[in-house]
Write a protein that binds this ligand. Structure first.
Ligand code: NAP
Length: 286
């Protein structure tokens, strides 16, 4: 798995990581399969694992703990998120400690504010994030679902640390970040982690015009339409992605999406079939 520098940091992170929202399914068997899939993903060097205290009320973090157990901790780039409703100074510190306990680890590689808080000022959350860094409980600070103005405010609230990441919605049907947010993050050296690269399960069907284009390009590259999508979405040096799957055969497919290049003609055809907006769009949150 190809890795790239995570924004301004010296940390190398795999371009394709693993999402964990709703991996549990509805019974013990689906849960066990999700853990096995995460483990296989780790074997395939998809070592960026994205989770959150919100996912299944913390239970997803416990599943992630099972998937990473027995691995060298420094081989995993482990990310979790604090809920905006918990993001007071004390609340953030406590939420992080609860996540660490569930994840059975001593530190997070990256800790994100899940979306802008309407409960607490960003200065308070960022002060807590800096305290977590100085206490060695987290390595890097980030946010999620922040537009440029919110991101700028969060950056300014940091006194001793630097903003490392903004995790945002990014898939073929929603390329809004390409207009302003991605250029802004690139200029600031902030890594962009695109979530829901398959549109949260709403991937273009081969029966649609766009889906047909993806299939055609995939045939030429001897790969699948989803691999084409992941390759296209991570063609920019500052972008990473975190597809979620609970099926071993699919995690392998997703892992083989990078390390090769689409041609200029392919990129143009995808651009035409799934155009990026030419006007400013508000950031969408799912
Ligand atoms: N920061 C935020 O606010 C936020 C919001 C949403 C998501 N996220 C993060 O981003 C991650 C990814 O987003 P997401 O889970 O919403 O959606 P996604 O990754 O766009 O799509 C997941 C769906 O695609 C299917 N899938 C995955 N690989 C496939 C393949 N190779 N072939 C066919 N189907 C495939 C999965 O089904 P199976 O599981 O059955 O394979 C699942 O139904 C989340 O898990 C979470 O970690 C963050």
């Amino acid at each position: 798995m190809l890795k790239r520098k995570f924004g301004w940091t010296d940390v190398k992170v795999p371009i394709i990581g693993q999402g964990t929202w709703m991996i549990e399914g509805d019974n013990k068997d689906t849960e066990a399969r999700a853990i096995e899939t995460l483990k296989l993903g780790l074997d395939l060097e998809m070592t960026h694992i994205d989770t959150a205290e919100m996912y299944d009320n913390g239970h997803t973090e416990e599943l992630v703990a099972q998937a990473i157990s027995g691995r060298r901790r420094d081989e995993v780039f482990l990310v979790s998120k604090v809920l905006p409703s918990n993001a007071s100074y004390e609340g953030t510190l406590k939420a992080c400690k609860r996540s660490l306990k569930r994840l059975k680890t001593n530190w997070l590689d990256l800790y994100l504010l899940h979306w802008p808080s309407s409960y607490y000022p960003i200065t308070e959350t960022m002060r807590a994030m800096e305290k977590l860094v100085s206490d060695g409980l987290i390595r890097l600070i980030g946010v999620s679902n922040f537009d440029i103005e919110e991101l700028n405010e969060a950056e300014n609230a940091l006194k001793n640390e630097r903003m490392a990441c903004n995790q945002v919605l990014y898939h073929l049907g929603n390329r809004g970040i390409e207009r302003r947010l991605l250029p802004y993050c690139t200029e600031k050296g902030i890594a962009v982690v695109g979530y829901a690269p398959f549109g949260h399960g709403d991937f273009p069907s081969p029966q649609t015009p766009g889906g047909r284009i993806l299939e055609e390009i995939a045939r030429r590259h001897n790969c699948t339409a989803r691999q084409i999508a992941l390759n296209f979405l991570t063609r920019h040096d500052y972008v990473f992605t975190i597809p979620k799957t609970t099926r071993p055969e699919r995690v392998k497919e997703n892992s083989e999406s990078v390390g090769w290049k689409l041609t200029d003609d392919d990129v143009m055809a995808i651009d035409k079939a799934f155009p990026a907006p030419t006007y400013n769009t508000p950031l969408e949150i799912i």
